[in-house]
Design a protein around this ligand. Structure first.
Ligand code: DX5
Ligand code: ZN
Length: 217
């Protein structure tokens, strides 16, 4: 699969979200970070903003839920217009049931792992998912330094995906930039979230193109 670049609107201007979405119209997905100040020590946005943003842009929304009780909330993000919904396995009570519910409602189901959460216990769940997200920073804030120690986990996950012959996408999120994206791609990631590297650039659309070129090199 060609590399996908998903700009994270966490680094955008929240008062101008429709314009900020338009500024990266060439992106594959818009990454929307939902934080509840419980699962992570930060608070961002919720269902009403996702609903409005889904109406305001043609770019599909990749909602990353950094929240407690995703079993209760994730299906509502599908109804709000998300094309992909990612829940954290550390917070989910019943990840298989939840992934099935997200798919049944018509979105791509995705599961995220914090840096200290291993992939191995979840090998048998992989067929239930459309994407797996490996966090390359501790979730909660944009602009943090990429954790190199996550590269072996990305590699091992790619091997598991191959072993099972799955079409699962492998996403990385946190500290992805011109100086780290090639290492992620080399380890087997194919979907790249970038917040500060896109919205911190003078030309966000060009930053998306440059990251994609680098990831496919
Ligand atoms: C962090 C969020 C990320 C964040 C990435 O918890 O999940 O999506 O926006 O920001 P950068 O790319 O600046 O590390
Ligand atoms: Zn994210």
């Amino acid at each position: 699969m060609a590399a996908q670049i998903n700009p994270s609107i966490l680094s955008a201007d929240f008062a101008r979200l429709a314009d900020e979405a338009e500024a990266v119209a060439g992106a594959d997905w818009l990454h929307v970070d939902v934080m509840d100040n419980h699962f992570v020590p930060n608070l961002t946005l919720g269902l009403p903003v996702v609903e409005s943003l889904a109406r305001a842009t043609d770019t599909p929304l990749d909602c990353h839920l950094m929240i407690d009780a995703p079993d209760r909330w994730a299906p509502q993000y599908v109804e709000a217009g998300a094309g992909s919904v990612t829940f954290h396995v550390e917070a989910a009570a019943a990840p298989v049931r939840l992934a099935r519910e997200i798919r049944a409602k018509g979105a791509r189901a995705s599961m995220a792992l914090k840096p200290a959460t291993p992939i191995e216990p979840y090998e048998d769940l992989l067929p239930e998912l459309d994407m797996l997200l490996i966090m390359t920073v501790e979730p909660g804030f944009g602009g943090q330094a990429f954790l190199d120690i996550m590269l072996p986990k990305i590699r091992r996950t790619r091997e598991l995906i191959r072993k099972h012959g799955l079409e699962l996408w492998l996403q990385v999120d946190g500290g992805v930039s011109a100086s780290t994206i090639e290492r992620c791609a080399d380890a087997g990631a194919d979907v790249f979230v970038a917040g500060s590297a896109v919205y911190g650039a003078s030309d966000p659309a060009e930053a998306v193109r440059a990251l994609r070129t680098q990831a496919e090199a």
